[in-house]
Ligand binder design. Structure first.
Ligand code: SAH
Length: 288
């Protein structure tokens, strides 16, 4: 077993297998016992839990989850790391390795095994937000997600409407999750040392909009509202997807029944306001 808390040892293992850490896949391996323990504590693995780990790397987190949960699914894209994981963890009971791009493979695993209880990972910077958005849009909502993320991305997750970091990513995440920030991680906790800061994030569904029929309208509206940050709601919305899909007349009617001031900027809208508007459009569209 590797000493995962030693950057020198992690570097040596990678070198001995001819693996050069790749930026493209956000390969910064955790080499801090403190951070790994903090993550495991937040994940709180339970005997009956099904857990997915995204981007297992050399197994710094995997090794702390094996034997603690009912089933552990790990995902890894790098062929060199996959070979290593197979050797190190291939014979572990109830541990399953999925090879390839998480974004392309996770839906097969859900079809066979259902939505997991927990999803975790030291997420690659390059695709972290795409991964979270893909899970939310396709309605794969576990009871908990625990990640280390690029600090800028973490800021966007918890941003308030109208603030600089508030974006479509904030709205999509806050539509489903209560997001908690559990502190920043020093760059020195990773090998190689990344040139961005990281944060620890916990996401728990708030279950406020699970019954919403207008999910698709909501996501289209979010795209429209942020199409151009400086534009007003009116300008963004009438040149967007919702107008094209539901027609200008439906949109006009829905907006006329809504208390929203259309001269506000799209980026000032809260999740509740966008949900309310999506519901209005849905109702008008189905003859209301
Ligand atoms: N969990 C390990 C590695 C984190 S680095 C640790 O904490 O040390 C991020 C890992 O995600 C790398 O192993 C990288 O190869 C993997 N990865 C990057 N993009 C991926 C993708 N789209 N699908 C699956 N794994 C990915």
């Amino acid at each position: 077993m590797i000493n995962y808390n030693s950057a020198a040892e992690v570097a040596r293992v990678l070198r001995s297998r001819g693996i050069v850490p790749k930026k493209r896949w956000g390969q910064n391996f955790l080499v801090s016992a403190g951070v790994r323990e903090k993550l495991i504590k937040l994940i709180g693995p339970g005997k009956e839990d099904v857990v997915w780990e995204i981007g297992a790397g050399l197994g710094a987190l995997t090794s702390m989850l094996t034997g603690k949960v009912r089933k552990l699914f790990i995902f890894e894209i790098d062929p060199g790391l996959i070979d290593f994981l197979k050797e190190a963890f291939g014979s572990v009971n109830r541990l399953y390795i999925t090879e390839g791009d998480f974004l392309k493979r996770w839906q097969e695993v859900r079809e066979k095994e259902g939505v997991p209880d927990t999803i975790c990972g030291n997420l690659p910077y390059s695709s972290g937000s795409a991964i979270i958005v893909s899970l939310i849009k396709k309605n794969c909502i576990p009871d908990k997600m625990v990640f280390t993320l690029q600090r800028e991305m973490a800021r966007r997750l918890i941003a308030e409407p109208g603030s600089k970091s508030y974006s479509s990513f904030s709205l999509i995440c806050q539509f489903v999750y209560k997001v908690k920030h559990h502190g920043d991680v020093r760059s020195g906790s990773f090998y190689p040392v990344p040139d961005v800061f990281s944060s620890i994030i916990e996401m728990v569904p708030h279950n406020r909009f699970t019954q919403l029929k207008e999910r698709e309208i909501f996501f289209s509206l979010v795209d429209d509202l942020f199409a151009s940050r400086r534009k007003t709601i009116r300008n963004n919305i009438f040149s967007g997807k919702v107008a094209r899909n539901y027609g200008i007349n439906t949109l006009k009617k829905a907006l006329s029944q809504s208390p929203l001031n259309l001269e506000r900027r799209g980026e000032s809208l809260s999740v509740d306001e966008v949900v309310a508007l999506a519901q209005r459009i849905g109702e008008v569209n189905s003859g209301g």
